[in-house]
Design a protein around this ligand. Structure first.
Ligand code: GLU
Length: 470
């Protein structure tokens, strides 16, 4: 049943464009997507593009492409944080007008001197501005920043769905700047204003933002805005227990796409990375949407396990319907700038899909198994396969072809024919299989000889064997 509007869950992913979409951002996006979509809520995208140098259209595009590939659809248009700057400034000025913030005229030198003295005295280096309680009549006609009036006593408790209650002593909070002297808003203000204006009810993000939460809460409270529910999730580590980085392998979503992992397997794996539902490893989107919840996110960092990713991807490929898999395969070929599939190949691929999708962990592996379909006559055997086509083997293949002309083209009869043919020559079918694999696929590792024959059909099978025997 749809929930009443005021209770609707609204989550967001708020990536800063860095040129690529980090796997950690993808996981955070997935968690937010699962949480909202599983509850009939909204999932929003905000591009935190205030760093103008890094926020190129290409960098934003990389995020959009990553979201699209992962199937993480968001509601409405992507919001640009930079474009909301005027609104951020408006809120800073409102806080100023209401006495929750103040104009600070301190110069850089004064602040530096304060810090130096504090260091020497061994006290807190958080700047304590003399302008906090200054009367407006004493304000000089000089540039100023707007600072929030942070409480100096008591504590702030972040009620976090993953971390539990996290208590911060208010004396550790400084009167952070909201608006710089050039009138530009700081990031901390922008996040809060945007989240509020976008109606975000749940902030699910990396725990590297946990400390920010305490400072951001000050702004919510000063504005009298309801706090979002917080869930700060542990970062992703590499197999060695260190923060995931290039050293461990691919960190960009697009790299995984190009390595041929299916998006469904990737979603399954990323969901398991830090979140669990009993002992379930393999699950569908429908199950994940039903099961996902914040309290079952682990408190300690998850370690990226490439083997597990591959294993799950293999299972997802095997579970995907043949036509859908063919479609995914075509998208993979487009994404990796490979040739598109001619109609005839598509038909053969779909027919062979039940066999091809068994034990393929990536689209690349699947296509590799489909070499016998992708290749055209004359089939050029690789070195190992060529070894199986010696004079004796070629002689046997030559003898075989007339029998293939007459057999009925079904698995049972083909099996009977080839087994009998091998027996007559006092050999095992295995001996016959190697030259047949070489003839049909040009490879030594292929799907079963019978599967290939059935997919290729009588004429093509015989033609390839004749090519090889010649
Ligand atoms: N832009 C921040 C980041 O990419 C996220 C901020 C947030 O989620 O509040 O880490």
């Amino acid at each position: 049943m749809p929930k009443p509007a005021e209770q609707q869950v609204v989550t967001r992913i708020a990536p800063s464009p860095t040129g690529f979409m980090h796997i950690g951002t993808a996981r955070t996006a997935l968690f937010n997507w699962l949480y909202a979509r599983g509850r009939g809520g909204k999932f929003l995208l905000r591009i935190e593009d205030t760093d103008r140098a890094r926020s190129t259209p290409e960098a934003t595009d990389a995020i959009l492409r990553g979201m699209e590939w992962l199937g993480l659809d968001y509601d409405g248009e992507a919001v640009s944080q930079f474009e909301q700057s005027a609104r951020h400034a408006e809120v800073a000025n409102q806080l100023l007008a209401e006495g929750h913030a103040y104009k600070c005229f301190a110069t850089q030198d004064e602040i530096a001197a304060f810090r130096e003295e504090a260091r020497a005295a061994g006290t807190s280096t958080h700047y304590r501005s003399p302008w906090r309680d200054a009367d407006a009549s004493t304000h000089p006609d000089a540039p100023y920043v707007i600072r929030i009036k942070a409480p100096r006593e008591g504590q702030t408790v972040i009620r976090d769905q993953v971390q539990g209650d996290v208590t911060i002593q208010n004396e550790q909070l400084d009167d952070m700047i909201l608006l710089r002297s050039d009138g530009s808003p700081v990031y901390m203000l922008a996040v809060v204003v945007d989240d509020h204006d976008m109606g975000v009810t749940h902030v699910i993000r990396g725990d590297d933002h946990l400390n920010n939460a305490a400072r951001q809460m000050l702004i919510y409270e000063a504005m009298g805005w309801p706090l979002p529910v917080y869930a700060h999730i542990p970062l992703i580590y590499g197999p060695d227990g260190k923060k995931l980085s290039k050293r461990h392998g691919a960190t960009g979503v697009e790299e995984y796409q190009h390595m041929g992992y299916p998006a469904s397997g990737m979603r399954n794996y990323l969901a398991r990375l830090g979140w669990s539902h009993g002992d379930d490893e393999f699950f569908t989107d429908t199950q994940a949407l039903e099961w996902f919840d914040l309290p079952s996110i682990g408190k300690s960092p998850a370690r990226f396990d490439f083997k597990k990713l591959e294993n799950l991807c293999g299972q997802h490929i095997a579970h995907t319907e043949n036509a859908a898999l063919l479609h995914e395969l075509q998208e993979y070929l487009v994404a990796t700038d490979q040739l598109s599939l001619p109609e005839a190949k598509k038909t053969l691929l779909e027919a062979a899909m039940p066999q091809l999708k068994e034990r393929a962990k990536t689209y690349g592996e699947l296509l590799d198994k489909a070499t016998f379909i992708m290749a055209d006559r004359p089939i050029v055997p690789d070195e190992k396969a060529a070894g199986a086509l010696d004079t004796v083997s070629r002689g046997i293949l030559k003898e075989l072809t007339p029998h293939l002309q007459n057999v009925s083209w079904c698995r049972l009869d083909l099996e009977a024919l080839l087994n009998g043919f091998a027996e007559e020559r006092d050999t095992k079918f295995g001996k016959l299989a190697a030259p047949l694999r070489a003839a049909l696929a040009g490879r030594s590792a292929t799907p079963s000889v019978f599967d290939m024959m059935l997919v290729l059909g009588r004429d093509e099978t015989i033609a390839r064997i004749e090519d090889a025997a010649a």
